[in-house]
Design a protein around this ligand. Structure first.
Ligand code: NAD
Length: 257
């Protein structure tokens, strides 16, 4: 099979770690030139080194995805450096503290919404015109199984990810006739620094994984990336407005007799 992204230009946020790094590497292996953004300069440099060691092409920028000015400048830079944008992955995110709503500080709520939801709004706001000028393409936003469920203690996170699903549907509707597909992925528990840190703080986590995930294991970042890359590629040319769960069965919601 020919590579899915040869001669294509793709933007990825949160590319300095975890799922974003795996998406970036996977895209380069499919022939893409990637523009990578993250607030963590060190993580970004590591991702770029991994890509260059495979002779891939990567440009990096340190930015905060919740800043309109920074996102606007980045997308403009992609336009002037690469002349086009074929796909974008709005993936950066944070979990925020685990607290019941009565103890949840407003500033933490606002920060999680800004990083996880406002960022997806801003990303698409500036990506869509450039993708349109490039003749069409696709966007994949990273939601979560928390877009479908109500994980106690995670009010800001769940609200932000439900919002990502809503935004994905709206922008898919607005752009379906412009040859731009917009979808989301909803990873379950995936072994990245984000959840590994949480599970180290909470020793009950390993047992929870065994009871909550039918597959009895966490996902690998590469397993999430493979689904996201497929969704963004022409192999999914008639899929839009969809949120694809990649969760080892976590949201099946049934039970085994
Ligand atoms: P991660 O912590 O390994 O990576 C997230 C990356 O986003 C980091 O490199 C971080 O520096 C970057 N980032 C955070 N805030 C940023 C900001 N304001 N500006 C720019 N970059 C910023 O986590 P991950 O697990 O790879 O998470 C990636 C996405 O997947 C997130 O949206 C997360 O909510 C989602 N997700 C993860 C899991 C999981 O179990 N790991 C499950 C469901 C959804």
């Amino acid at each position: 099979m020919p590579p899915l992204f040869s001669n294509k230009v793709v933007a990825v946020t949160g590319a300095g770690s975890g799922i974003g790094r795996a998406i970036s590497l996977g895209l380069v292996r499919e022939g893409a030139t990637v523009h990578l953004a993250d607030r963590d300069a060190e993580g970004l440099a590591e991702t770029a080194d991994l890509i260059r060691s495979e002779e891939g092409r990567a440009f990096t920028i340190q930015l905060d995805v919740s800043s309109e000015l920074q996102i606007e400048d980045w997308i403009e830079q992609i336009g002037s450096m690469s002349g086009r944008l074929d796909a974008a992955f709005n993936n950066a995110g944070i979990t925020g503290p685990a607290k019941r709503i009565e103890d949840y500080p407003l500033e933490d709520f606002q920060r999680v919404i800004a990083v996880n939801l406002q960022s997806v709004f801003l990303g698409m706001k500036y990506q869509i015109p450039l993708i349109k000028r490039s003749g069409g393409g696709s966007i994949v936003n990273t939601a979560s199984v928390a877009a479908l469920t109500g994980p106690g203690g995670m009010s800001a996170y769940a609200a932000s990810k439900h919002g990502v699903q809503g935004l994905t549907r709206v922008v898919a509707m607005e752009n379906a006739a412009h040859r731009i597909r917009v979808n989301a992925i909803a990873p379950g528990w995936t072994e990245t620094p984000m959840v590994v840190a949480n599970s180290e703080q909470n020793p009950g986590f390993a047992a929870l994984v065994q009871t909550a995930i039918p597959a009895k294991r966490g996902g690998k970042p590469e397993e999430i990336a493979a689904a996201a890359i497929w969704l963004a590629s022409d192999a999914a040319s008639y899929v839009t407005g969809h949120m694809l769960t990649v969760d080892g069965g976590m949201t099946i919601g049934g039970f085994e007799l």
